[in-house]
Design a protein around this ligand. Structure first.
Ligand code: BTN
Length: 234
């Protein structure tokens, strides 16, 4: 296991994408500032210098077929550490955002990199740690906003790294996280407008399925959605 830290990068995900061939499994790269931070659905990830920006490289082929599980499990790892820091009311907004109350505190971008076949997975995670103010439109919060005090960013980084490595190891040993994860399903029983196959529909969320798709009801029919198929507006 190897950790690398930079003052500034374009994106920690892009760094691993460009260098994965020479890096070992579970390499963890972090930086203080990203100039081209990426979010899901081609969005930009904006963050000030007081937050945690990192990516973890997965080269163990036994995990390649479990990308949906790894995506939500990463959110669950973050959630557990946040709880250890005394943050309550924390949940997972499917597919892998971490929320405190109705505000986002962490976003995750999982990328599968392939040249000929699948070569590696990259889990990119941005957690708002000591940032004090947010643009209202983002509905975001940070650890320091919730706890009312700053925390030690480098200790927090180690705690996150240890928890992620521990949870991935348990997954490799066949541990099933489903019953734990669904206790924190933010969208369960909520009504939302969702863009399904480019059509805006009012849906009711039933909850996260065993295969980590999302079960929703629209016009009395049930749909099991994959993450790329939907965007929510509650
Ligand atoms: C999202 O919520 O849209 C996902 C955001 C993921 C952001 C992190 S920050 C570290 C890593 N590097 C990136 O460019 N993106 C991820």
């Amino acid at each position: 296991m190897k950790q690398i830290h930079f003052e500034s990068l374009d994106s920690t995900n892009a760094y691993l994408k460009d260098n994965y061939e020479t890096l070992e499994d579970l390499t963890f790269v972090s930086c203080n500032k990203q100039t081209q931070g990426r979010g899901r659905n081609d969005r930009i990830w904006q963050s000030d210098d007081n937050n945690l920006l990192f990516s973890l490289l997965i080269k163990d082929k036994r995990l390649f077929c479990q990308n949906k599980t790894i995506s939500i499990l990463s959110a669950y790892s973050v959630l557990q550490v946040l709880k250890e820091y005394g943050i309550n009311d924390v949940s997972i907004k499917w597919p892998n955002d971490v929320y405190v109350g109705d505000k986002k505190i962490c976003g995750i971008l999982l990328q599968a990199i392939s040249k000929k076949e699948l070569d590696c997975l990259i889990i990119g995670i941005g957690i708002n740690v000591n940032q004090k103010t947010f643009n209202e439109e983002y509905h975001a919060t940070s650890i320091s906003c919730v706890l009312g005090k700053d925390i030690d960013l480098s200790k927090f980084k180690q705690d996150i790294y240890i928890k992620l490595a521990e949870d991935l190891d348990k997954l490799l040993n066949g541990y099933d996280y489903y019953q734990e994860i669904i206790k924190y399903d933010y969208l369960r029983n909520k009504e939302a407008y969702a863009l399904i196959n480019n059509e805006r529909k009012l849906i009711k969320v039933k909850g996260i399925n065993k295969d980590y798709t999302l079960c929703v009801i629209s016009n009395e029919s049930e749909y099991n959605l994959n993450s790329g198929e939907i965007s929510f507006h509650i």
